[in-house]
Design a protein around this ligand. Structure first.
Ligand SMILES: [Fe+2]
Length: 367
């Protein structure tokens, strides 16, 4: 049949391919962003995935200008959950983090939401003192020192945040950018993966925000894994990569380096993430003996998954906004677009209370 003879969409060869997959109960191909995101949200045959995703989304209602999940009441607190993207990022409105976490049910609710949405955010929390931020974060894990586990405290003169210490809360990393000293971590990374046991999560609060710009973006590492070709997944799934800190992470002149699996099993969800990122991954482990050309191509292919619009959400900061993310499931990157304005952020790292889950691993059976 010549192209001009195609008169309806049912005759279009692309449509025919899609229709065949639907008839065979196969989901959209994971080699497309649509299929990768669907695969990261649900599993099983196509019909099961459709039901799971519809189930997740049936709580969405639309109002003019803003979209909220239906209000939910947890421990007597009326919350509104605002999804930023279908698979990643939810802003929790209506909560006071200084007093609403007294009930264990609220902590369980937030933790489950955090695991499901990879990153959760809050607004209007500027009344929290640094100590209260620590108390909030302690509900989810042990508070790390400024870069995660104790034992590595960067003392490089290039670490601009080093001299800024909040009285009584030495664990807090203060990140200030202004006209004189501009800066933002504007590359995709998970925090401190150059550690042997990188921090499980991070809590970032904005104290001073530029009038516009300086947003933080988050990228879903489950979708990044789903989006790799089958051949690449098979090739890389048992490899490890070298994560190397920057000059500002040096301690006593030594750059910290760690080796981690390329495919990582999330220790709580059991699902696979791609644990490779432009921020700290420099090369694959030399013991694999992978030729340089192939290594370059594999790293490029994996890093090309970073920042795809379908995998990301973007959070605009206001003073008192907080984001709490799962470093095992998302990458993040700040948007370095706000010079000469001032931006002041305060970060805590959270370590898993269960020490056996702190070291990244890959368990293939978990898929
Ligand atoms: Fe970071």
């Amino acid at each position: 049949m010549s192209e001009s003879a195609v008169t309806s969409i049912e005759e279009n060869p692309v449509y025919v391919r899609h229709a065949e997959r639907a008839r065979a109960n196969k989901p959209p191909s994971k080699s497309t962003p649509m299929g990768a995101v669907a695969g990261a949200r649900a599993h099983g045959a196509r019909s099961e995935m459709v039901a799971q995703i519809r189930d997740q989304d049936e709580l969405v209602t639309a109002t003019i200008g803003t979209m909220h999940y239906k209000p939910v009441t947890v421990c007597g607190v009326d919350l509104k959950l605002e999804p930023l993207q279908p698979s990643i990022g939810t802003v929790v409105h209506g909560i006071d983090l200084a007093k609403d976490l007294a009930e264990p049910e609220m902590v369980v609710f937030l933790r489950n939401l955090w695991l499901e949405r990879r990153v959760i955010m809050f607004r209007n929390q500027n009344h929290l003192t640094p100590r209260q931020q620590v108390e909030f974060a302690s509900h989810f894990g042990e508070i790390g020192v400024r870069y995660g586990e104790p034992g590595h405290e960067p003392n490089s003169p290039r670490d601009l945040s080093h001299p800024v210490v909040i009285d009584g809360v030495p664990e807090m990393l203060v990140l200030i950018s202004d006209e004189k000293v501009p800066g933002a971590a504007s590359n995709w990374h998970a925090d401190a993966t150059w550690q042997k046991r990188p921090p499980m999560g991070s809590v970032l609060m904005c104290r001073e925000a530029p009038p516009i710009g300086g947003d933080t973006c988050f990228c879903d590492c489950y979708s990044m894994w789903q989006g790799l070709s089958k051949e690449t997944k098979e090739r890389v799934q048992h490899l490890t990569a070298i994560h190397e800190g920057g000059i500002n992470h040096q301690m006593d002149g030594k750059t910290p380096v760690s080796q981690h699996p390329v495919a990582r099993t999330h220790p709580e969800t059991g699902r696979t993430t791609l644990y490779v990122q432009q921020g700290f991954v420099r090369r694959l482990a030399p013991e694999h003996g992978i030729p340089e050309d192939e290594e370059r191509a594999l790293l490029r292919e994996m890093k090309n998954q970073e920042g795809r619009l379908e995998y990301t959400c973007r959070f605009r900061w206001e003073p008192g906004s907080i984001a709490m993310w799962d470093n095992r499931a998302v990458l993040h990157s700040a948007s370095a677009d706000f010079w000469p304005h001032r931006r002041r952020m305060e970060r805590l790292t959270i370590l898993d209370y269960d020490e056996s889950r702190r070291t990244p691993y890959y368990a293939p059976a978990s898929g």
